[in-house]
Design a protein around this ligand. Structure first.
Ligand SMILES: *[C@@H]1O[C@H](CO)[C@@H](O)[C@H](O)[C@H]1NC(C)=O
Ligand SMILES: *[C@@H]1O[C@H](CO)[C@@H](O)[C@H](O)[C@H]1NC(C)=O
Ligand SMILES: [Ca+2]
Ligand SMILES: [Ca+2]
Length: 374
């Protein structure tokens, strides 16, 4: 496998520690989850899903029992109810009714990305997670399955340099001359986002990062869900508005109030954090769009189902498009906390970028979707 280091940048073209995390997420079900729980009317078809465990064969059973032993010893899994947890995940979704939608734009900022032209499409109804998948959500998945992420298997992942502690910084090779702020950090993974001396204890309600496309698919399948297609993602992002840059309109900071976590200041040296965050923010932060979705742009990039192509004619047609039949990279959408207007103005609904499915980085996460009729 060859990871696409080259495209993780906001690019110029424009099991003890694990268990500690799980332990925390289980015992203290996350700031923000009370808010997540108030949405129970929105999903009407919650019962009867059965197909959540397709990836069972990928699970490392030894590790699974290790985690269980440890957690049981610490009475963590005692408080953990897998059924309830999965039902809650299904509740935290909104339904987007079938219909005709426009995606893409006739005013592309990055023409080479295939942002345009605008296309008319039809989508069947689907459900979309209201929020990015959080560390707490992901910890439950690991606790229940023992799944081992690709970053853990590779033994490293990509981290934005200024988020690293001083000791780590001095001993690491830069990833690429044209984007020296990305560094490949040994042992960086979802529960140690900046490497061995980091943890997620104080960010259980932040989006999970350092998860590959394959990891994202495994998580969604565990819940009987799937990744959204690019078209679904973009329709969800637009929140029922047409021809707008952002999920709420065209003005990035309406009434002086930030609605997304991106980069303010000078990239990559001076993050002035006017939106309140240097790195990730809680998945519950920032207002919802009209569909009830948060952080469709900013915070973390989100994997979609589709293979990447810039050719609009090869994205699966006008009805429930699922992208080209094959490819090398998967489409990611929405931009991240590292996106600055001068450098990566990709925190727009029409914007798109790509990575190979095994790529992981500290600004790349996901949310899940579900077909409306199954
Ligand atoms: C760090 O990753 C290496 C593989 O690159 C692995 O051999 C080692 O056990 C890991 N260390 C810890 C503490 O997880
Ligand atoms: C960062 O930018 C702000 C706003 O332009 C400025 O006031 C501040 O001095 C800068 N900080 C550094 C370290 O350059
Ligand atoms: Ca920010
Ligand atoms: Ca996002």
């Amino acid at each position: 496998m060859k990871r696409s280091i080259g495209t993780i940048f906001e690019d110029k073209s424009a099991a003890l520690l694990i268990c500690a995390s799980i332990f925390i997420s289980v015992l203290c079900p996350v700031a923000g989850s009370s808010e997540m729980d108030d949405s129970n009317e929105k999903v009407t078809h919650c019962g009867g899903h059965d197909g959540g465990f397709n990836r069972q064969t990928t699970i490392n059973n030894n590790r699974k029992s290790e985690i269980r032993d440890y957690c049981l010893a610490n009475d963590a899994l005692g408080a953990y109810d897998n059924t309830v947890s999965r039902a809650n995940h299904l509740k935290n979704m909104v339904k987007i009714q079938s219909g005709k939608f426009a995606i893409g734009t006739n005013d592309p900022i990055f023409v080479a990305d295939g942002e345009g032209p605008k296309q008319q499409i039809y989508l069947d109804s689907f459900y979309m997670d209201e929020m990015e998948v959080s560390n707490s959500d992901f910890a439950r998945f690991i606790a229940a399955t023992g799944y081992r992420t690709e970053a853990e298997k590779f033994g490293d992942s990509f981290v934005f340099e200024s988020l690293l502690g001083g000791n780590v910084k001095t001993s690491i090779p830069l990833v690429a001359a044209q984007a020296p702020w990305w560094v490949q950090i040994k042992n960086a993974s979802w529960y140690r986002p900046e490497g061995l001396d980091s943890d997620i204890t104080h960010r259980m309600n932040h989006p999970v990062v350092h998860v590959s496309w394959n990891d994202a698919v495994a998580y969604c399948e565990w819940l009987g869900k799937r990744l959204p297609t690019e078209a679904e993602w973009e329709v969800a992002c637009r929140g029922g508005l047409s021809d707008r840059l952002y999920p709420w309109g065209n003005k990035f900071v309406p009434n002086g109030r930030y609605r997304a976590n991106t980069w303010q200041g000078d990239f990559p040296t001076n993050n002035t954090k006017e939106d309140g965050y240097e790195s990730t923010s809680p998945v519950t932060e920032f207002p919802r769009n009209k569909y009830g979705l948060r952080n469709m742009i900013g915070n973390v990039w989100e994997w979609t189902f589709d293979w990447w192509t810039v050719d609009v004619g090869n994205r699966g047609g006008p009805t429930n498009p699922v992208g080209p039949p094959d490819g090398t990279n998967k489409v990611k959408k929405g931009g991240s906390y590292l996106c600055h207007k001068s450098y990566c103005f990709r925190y727009r609904c029409a914007a798109r970028s790509q990575n190979t499915p095994d790529t992981t980085a500290g600004n790349l996460g996901f949310r899940c979707a579900l077909s409306g009729t199954r």
